[in-house]
Design a protein around this ligand. Structure first.
Ligand code: GAF
Length: 357
């Protein structure tokens, strides 16, 4: 009998493009999960199949570069766990991915985390969830070659229902912050713009390089250590740093309001985050900006892009009686501009990775 594990995708409430500068993030897990069914093998090979793909990948010699494409996000964690000294045997892994792909909802980290939980649990090795998040991030950085931060793996493994996760990406200390829009008569709305990702990998790496360069010029270990936006850096760097500095402040302010039970007042901070990502960090596209404008025009308390940007999803905090109208407005505006048809749904803060069968 296969053993089945599930790990969720996420939306990030606030704290965008801060996790590779040692900053603060505040994501929530969504109900959509990636499921991985795992069966132990007698040898050390890893075989991966998927309900969504026709190809089956079997790897005997697990080294970076040996596998590319979707299967790399599964086998990478076996590689990284072995590298970290854990005794992980061979497995047949079957994936059923229900997190929308390419929408910025972190389907890749969900895949990594479901696989990581499966192979560690079934190998009887004891790895803490924060340690597993670090290993899964390293797997993606080194094996897959994507220079992501640690936010997505952390929320997938550490999420708690009805809560957001406040994570300090330097110390890796974290805390669950109550987040229940429903109780306040609000919806957390997700709008998938279906905008094609443009140059996402190159642009993401470019932003990370800019942050590293700015930190070096300012003489600090990471932009987390900058308290006031600078004005003496070359080119775009002042604006890039300003985003990170102001975004870290906004995360702390949102957490203060949520702790005080003042969820309605986080709206303007979400919107300010979007403005910062649009003007200073330049990771939005017209579809994201139009969606945010229309949602706000329909009375949303706040709205912003979520995830890496350059396409993907927008989130909004909306009074329940305004949600339908807000979605209709976005759809109409998209049609009149010739954008693709957006998809929208309400979501809730859900639980993290777990065994389900
Ligand atoms: C992507 C990355 F994977 C995260 O680490 C994070 O940097 C995010 O973009 C932007 O906040 O999801």
């Amino acid at each position: 009998m296969p053993n089945v594990y599930a790990a969720p995708g996420r939306v990030n409430l606030i704290g965008e493009h801060t996790d590779y500068s040692d900053g603060f993030v505040l994501p929530v897990a969504i109900p959509q999960v990636v499921e991985v069914s795992a069966v132990h093998r007698d040898d050390r090979a890893v075989r991966v199949s998927s309900a969504q793909r026709p190809d089956v990948v079997e790897v005997h010699d697990l080294v970076p570069g040996a596998v590319t494409g979707w299967a790399a996000y599964v086998v990478c964690v076996v590689w990284a766990l072995r590298e970290a000294g854990y005794d992980i045997g061979g497995f047949d892994l079957h994936v059923d991915g229900r997190v929308p792909q390419g929408a910025g909802l972190s389907s890749s980290a969900a895949l990594e985390c479901a696989a990581a939980l499966a192979v560690t649990d079934l190998s009887g090795v004891d790895v803490s969830r924060p340690e597993l998040a670090k290993i899964a991030r390293r797997a993606e950085n080194v094996f897959v070659g994507v220079p992501c931060g640690i936010m997505d793996q952390s929320i997938s493994l550490l999420a708690r229902e009805g809560h957001a996760l406040l994570l300090d990406t330097r110390s890796l200390r974290y805390r669950h912050v109550p987040f229940d829009p429903d109780r306040a008569g609000l919806d957390l709305l997700v709008v998938d713009t279906d905008a094609p990702h443009r140059l996402v990998d190159g642009e993401y790496a470019d932003r990370k390089d800019a942050c590293d360069k700015a930190a070096a010029l300012l003489g600090v270990p990471a932009l987390r250590d900058v308290t006031h936006p600078p004005d003496r850096l070359p080119g775009d760097l002042n604006r890039r740093v300003r985003h990170v500095v102001t975004e870290n402040r906004r995360v702390r302010e949102v957490v203060r309001l949520l702790d005080a039970g003042d969820i309605r007042r986080i709206g303007p901070l979400l919107t300010a985050s979007h403005e910062s990502l649009r003007v200073d960090y330049e990771v939005t596209v017209p579809e994201l900006d139009v969606a945010v404008d229309e949602l706000l025009g329909a009375g949303a308390l706040g709205a912003r892009m979520t995830g890496g940007g350059f396409g993907g999803c927008v989130i909004a905090l909306c009074a329940k009686d305004r949600t339908d109208n807000a979605v209709a407005r976005v759809t109409k505006a998209f049609h009149s501009r010739g954008f693709r048809t957006p998809t929208a749904w309400t979501t809730r803060a859900s639980e993290g990775a777990r065994r389900i069968g």
